[in-house]
Design a protein around this ligand. Sequence first.
Ligand SMILES: [Zn+2]
Length: 541
Amino acid sequence: MSKIALKNAKIYVEKGVFAQALYAEDGIIRAVGKNEDVLPLCGDAQIIDCGGKTVVPGFNDSHMHLLMVGIGMAQADITKATSADHLVEIGKAFLESHPQARKRGIQAVGWNQDLFVGDKRLPTRWDLDKISADIPIILERVCGHVVTVNSKVLELMGVTKDSPQFPGGTWEKDDNGEPNGILTELTCYRANAVFQPYSDEEYTQMFLMAAEHALSRGVTSVQSNDVGSAPMPLDTVFRVIRDIYANNRCPLRYRHQMTFPSPEAFARWAESDKKQYLCENDRLTLGPLKLYKDGSLGARTATMRQEYRDDPGNFGVEALSDAEMTAFCALADRYDMQVVTHAIGDKAISDTVGNYEAILREGKNPLRHGLIHCQITDLPLLERIGRDDLQAMVQPVFLDYDMHGVLSRCGEALSSTSYAFASLKKLGAQLSFGTDSPVEDCDPFANLYTAITRKDHTGAPEGGFFPQECVDIYDAVDAYTLGSAHAEFREQDKGRLKPGYLADFVVLDTDLFTCDLMDIRSANPVLTVVGGEVAWRKDTL
Ligand SMILES: [Zn+2]
């Protein structure tokens, strides 16, 4: 029987209420209160003296992609390269520190010659051959439409100066007509196809690396969309993750958000035996169907009711037709499945709300259908989301970047009611926080800071971006814990530090409730506990 206790802590219980001590047995909190009331119950428990530090429930990221975080962590980080030569340096250093890459090769994403200092020429095969000409190397431009490969990849693709072009893409030539290693569009896929697929064990290592990172940031639960989102077959994702939990290799709680290529594929899955995706370990659970309704605001592909102010005639790009969305929702309703949908633009959101309204039950939302992102809204739309009791699974940290673009894209009036976290809550939506990692780091503290201040990481603008939509620290922490638990039907035993709840909590080096707001951003966990067991700790507590 595992026992753990905290004393001399500042334990967040609920708005304005704090306790000093906590005792948990078998992963469940049994007592919370004053030292003198709780400690006599603890028997031979491991007792941690928190020395006055603040303790909050473990953070629960209501939408992210954990396996994709791991895949990214296993690759070279080329996003900050300042020249073609710098790319070579990064590649060489990566090979030094990643022995497995010396066999498999290097696949990495994110260079952008616009950010190069001085010479802004595109990198070529001759640059990449300086990293290695013996193993395949592919470095993808940040846009995803252009890659540079080394000579080994060209050789494996069979491309020589006399080769014909492939359909749907190009390989580019230098002045002598030699392929220079720059490929575009569909030809990029052919280059990626020369790499060995990762093994289950390699995916496992990536998943565990990402989980360790999340735990080190105080995240104890993730609602993660890897099925249908990571670049591998759905069965592989299910199998790799199930085996990790079956072998008790990961303390982080994981709930699947699942994307299927078609309503038919979803129906086949819904009819299948769910036992094959799960194991004895209840930290792994199956969650909602995850759909994509539109693109992003940054790329102006979020679907809008009015044209983009800074791109007349553009209303965005619909990712899922109304017919398909209707078919998905009807099936989900038949199988009693929750649906959560990526919807950013106001048209995508209102269309999705319409699809949900068709499957509400007597006007209520017992399956807890939800909107992921839910960014661009006007007041009537916010009221409708609240009235329908929908989940609003938002990423406040997106504002750090988006506050600099939303005005020019959507105008003042619509911007003032967008990213409307306070209104969503006030109007009755079920608010939860996440990061969409790897889009943003899965760090809760930058996310909390942005939700509370609506300022970017430099502290601008003074007073915050439409500050009427700021939430206070209590509502922000609640959205990230109890709110996220509600999104997964667990609010009765998850997301609070009270008797009967799961012993998932984080001891912090900063008092989020009294510190300077800027300091919230740089807060750190010192101890992360999941199910009453230490899952991560800083060297010294
Ligand atoms: Zn996502």
